[in-house]
Write a protein that binds this ligand. Structure first.
Ligand code: IMP
Length: 434
């Protein structure tokens, strides 16, 4: 029952898409277990460029299952657009499976997401406005619509009767854009989705566990990153799902003892989008330089990402919460032209050096990064030929940087990524599915 999981070790956008795509090549199924279409990755196949937000990466590979687990929130209307994009390129989504327990994102969730942000004013989270938070709110409040409901017209009618008036009142109260949809239209739409997409809806926990019993290879694809976790992230500047290791189990219906290898995706520097504390954040020209070098602009919102040095206090926090067995260190090439690169190894808070990531936002605001400096690596040849030759071909100072991350965290850097292409990857481990 080989299983591999990949989870972002920072605030998302660590380059998980490329690593997932690489590991997915040999997998029989790729499973998403949390989040929704707030995520985003670009996949290039031949001349076609696909921008996916909800559908798991595996959906573009023939013969693989692309599974949306129960922990995901699904916007069917937006999913239709992604499917259209794929079908227009001459591919199909035959491998798609959606958990009957996955909750749905409705239009009213999107509208309420925007309205909540306005209420928060200066304390806004900077959400993607995809309705993620309001959809999870309904799930916890025990009145969300689930994908399986789409197959039961009577249940849809029953729920619509109280949900739609309630949401309309709420939208009015919150000053959100009003919803003109009648109950009949709403029900019709949902029943229509059931007829169209019902063939993909099933008990994905049974499906995944059966696959594992048969010795099939299953890859779990995390979205966002550990520091955006609802419990362990920089609350309230987080997303509304469990992005850490435990989220795999609750979000896909797979027991903890079935999760074998957990790859932490760690970008060689740090970025975050939206608001919230960021101890190693750069300012002014330094920040713009790194943002440009790294092409740090969001796939989902197009927003420029905030950038700063690598933070190992963050990495330790993520590793402890997720049980990483390997690092995949990405975008090392972006740091190529620096004279000096810095790594944060502690936070100085009120005169004391803290090694663990604190819960208090006030402490994080006061925290000053304690840096270890490394000489940069300017001797860069061609990334593809370097990747082909392996670690020995990398600049000495880059190898020192990687080794320091390994020693500090006690986790091997099994995948090294030095460019966006698949051929710009060094796999030092190789036995992912043994
Ligand atoms: P939400 O997930 O749209 O509710 O947004 C909550 C926070 O998570 C905001 O700061 C977003 O910018 C951030 N966020 C959500 N999805 C991603 C992602 O895929 N990458 C990076 N940040 C994300």
């Amino acid at each position: 029952m080989p299983t591999v999981a990949i989870i972002g070790a920072q605030w998302g956008d660590e380059g998980k898409g490329k690593i997932t795509d690489y590991l997915a090549e040999q997998a029989d199924a790729v499973v998403r277990f949390q989040g929704g279409n707030n995520a985003g990755h670009t996949i290039v196949i031949g001349d076609s460029v696909f921008k996916l937000h909800l559908l798991p990466s595996g959906v573009l590979r023939e013969g693989k299952l692309a599974i949306i687990g129960n922990g995901v929130v699904v916007n069917i209307a937006d999913m239709e657009e992604e499917i259209k994009q794929i079908e227009e390129a001459g591919l199909n989504v035959d491998g798609l499976r959606i958990s009957d327990r996955a909750h749905l994102i409705m239009n009213y969730h999107k509208k309420l997401d925007g309205a909540e942000e306005i209420y928060r004013g200066k304390k806004s989270v900077g959400t993607t406005k995809k309705g993620i938070g309001p959809a999870y709110q309904d799930k916890i409040a025990r009145y969300g619509f689930r994908a399986g409901d789409l197959l039961e017209p009577e249940l849809i009618r029953e729920k619509t009767k109280f949900m739609l008036p309630m949401k309309k009142d709420l939208m009015k109260l919150m000053g959100a854009e009003s919803c003109q949809c009648t109950e009949e239209k709403f029900e019709e739409r949902l029943i229509g989705w059931g007829e169209k997409y019902g063939k993909y809806i099933c008990d994905t926990s049974v499906l995944i566990n059966d696959m594992l019993d048969e010795g099939k290879k299953v890859l779990f694809e995390g979205a966002q990153g550990a520091l955006l976790d609802i419990d362990h992230g920089t609350y309230p500047y987080v997303t509304s799902s469990s992005t850490v290791g435990g989220g795999i189990c609750s979000g896909s219906g797979v027991a903890p003892n079935r999760i074998q290898k957990v790859v932490g995706c760690l970008k060689a520097y740090t970025t975050r989008v939206g608001e919230g504390p960021f101890v190693t954040e750069l300012e002014g020209d330094e920040m713009i330089e790194l943002q440009k070098k790294g092409g740090e602009f969001g796939v989902t919102t197009g927003r420029g990402r905030r950038c700063g040095w690598l933070d190992l206090v963050v990495a330790e926090h993520a590793a402890r919460l997720c049980g990483f067995t390997s690092w995949a260190i990405t975008k090392l090439d972006v740091l190529n032209d620096y004279d000096t690169v810095k790594v944060c190894i502690g936070y100085e808070i009120d005169g004391k050096v803290e090694k663990h990531f604190p819960a208090s936002l006030a402490k994080l605001e006061r925290a000053k990064p304690v840096y270890k400096e490394f000489p940069g690596w300017k001797s860069w040849a061609d990334s593809e030929s370097m990747a082909k030759s392996g670690m020995g071909a990398l600049p000495e100072n880059m190898v020192k940087y990687i080794k320091f991350i390994e020693e500090y965290t006690g986790i091997p850097a099994d995948i090294i990524s030095i460019g966006p292409k698949r051929t710009e990857t060094i796999d030092r481990y190789g036995k992912w599915w043994n």
